[in-house]
Design a protein around this ligand. Structure first.
Ligand code: HEC
Ligand code: HEC
Length: 337
């Protein structure tokens, strides 16, 4: 009997060790113990007119209120409903793994961010840890925002503090099993300063803007929430909601992408929402934000797009959707890839 329990004991130890190794080598321990988060600091960002202005430019034109606000998504310019700026929403994108609510980030002390510290906001925006310590679902593009420089981050937060407080309770996000646990591995703390971007050439300036605008979040198709390698900026990612069903475009310089764009045409498309005054760009692509970008910034974005690796991937929303074996989505000209 004694010998038997010894064997059982050894078996249990071996099973536990194998499981522990398997977990360490696969999903890691974060799903069980919670996300990696740095401790909060008591830093505060001085409110200066320069920061207010820069923060307004970034927050308004890089989409914070597309998600953290309610829109009439059936209109070509998806207008923000009055009194909902920053007040949160039930984001109507179909196919998410659960119910995702961009929260109220207005300065309302009870239902918004009024009592959160500057560093709570900073950590949420760039590192994906909510004010309450939870891992944020990555629809909140914190993985793109982690490249926002310290000064630009301070500016966004100074501006957020200045928008009108809205009293509105938004339900909590509920992500389904197992994603709800697996996503806890995603946040990575930032412990080094993020220096100002290199704005010395249009290409480097454009790279910064494209990164923090999250263009890749839509233009690189994803599988299980991760970008598909080799299809960077090559489109095909299908976005379904009240705006309709539309696949993102291939915006690389490949012949199947947008080789026919020049700088003027790019500015016109992003400023009017129409390609060559004829083909309407669907409103899930936020041309109505980007149209407010300075000429210099839009030209820089285009200069950077021109340097992308050309990827052959035909996508055309004017053609009937067919299955694409390259990206796994069903989109126009999918069967020709
Ligand atoms: C594509 C949609 C989207 C965009 C764009 C977006 N957010 Fe979010 N944001 C979300 C979602 C969704 C959550 C909540 C995620 C969750 O509950 O797990 C969130 C959470 C947050 C939080 C955390 C709130 C908390 O509970 O601590 C802050 C702060 C925030 N966003 C600020 C911003 C700012 C500032 C911008 C623009 C620079 C921005 N967001 C752009 C979707 C978005
Ligand atoms: C929320 C998702 C989303 C984001 C973010 C986004 N796009 Fe788009 N974009 C789309 C979709 C979807 C289309 C296709 C629209 C259509 O065919 O009606 C598109 C179309 C375009 C087109 C038109 C291509 C053509 O067919 O002629 C250009 C150019 C473009 N995007 C550039 C950008 C740039 C640059 C950024 C970042 C600054 C960006 N997009 C961010 C979803 C997005």
């Amino acid at each position: 009997m004694k010998r038997f329990s010894k064997v059982v004991g050894i078996v249990i130890v071996v099973v536990v060790l194998v499981l522990a190794t398997a977990i360490t080598l696969t999903i890691g321990w974060r799903p069980f113990i919670g996300p990696k988060a740095r401790p909060l600091s008591d830093r505060t960002f001085e409110r200066t007119p320069q920061r207010l202005e820069r923060g307004r430019y970034l927050a308004e034109n890089f989409g914070c209120f597309d998600c953290h606000g309610e829109h009439d998504w059936t209109q070509h310019d998806a207008p923000l409903l009055p009194g909902t700026k920053g007040a949160g929403a039930n984001f109507p994108l179909e196919g998410l793994p659960g119910r995702v609510f961009p929260p109220n980030i207005t300065p309302d002390p009870e239902t918004g961010a009024g009592t959160w510290t500057d560093d709570q906001l900073a950590r949420a925006i760039r590192e994906g840890i909510g004010h309450d310590g939870r891992a944020l679902f990555s629809l909140m593009p914190y993985q793109d925002f982690r490249h926002i420089s310290d000064e630009d981050l301070a500016s966004v937060i100074v501006y957020l503090r200045s928008i009108p407080p809205v009293r509105k309770t938004v339900p909590k996000t509920e992500i389904i099993f197992p994603v709800k646990y697996l996503m806890r591995s995603d946040p990575q703390p930032i412990t080094e300063p993020v220096p100002p971007p290199d704005l010395s050439t249009p290409v480097s300036r454009g790279k910064y803007l494209v990164t923090i605008a999250g263009c890749a979040g839509c233009h690189t198709p994803q599988k299980n929430g991760k970008p598909i390698p080799g299809l960077e900026f090559a489109g095909g990612f299908v976005l379904k909601g009240p705006w309709g069903t539309v696949a993102s475009a291939n915006i690389t310089p490949d012949p199947s992408g947008i080789p026919y764009y020049d700088e003027d045409m790019f500015l016109e498309t992003l400023r009017t929402g129409f390609v060559k005054q004829a083909r309407k760009i669907n409103q899930i692509m936020a041309w109505y934000n980007y149209r407010h970008l300075a000429d210099e910034d839009l030209k820089a974005v285009f200069a950077y797009l021109r340097t992308l690796k050309p990827v052959k991937h035909r996508v055309d929303n004017t053609e009937p959707p067919t299955f694409c074996k390259r990206c796994g989505f069903t989109h126009g000209l999918g069967d020709q890839n």
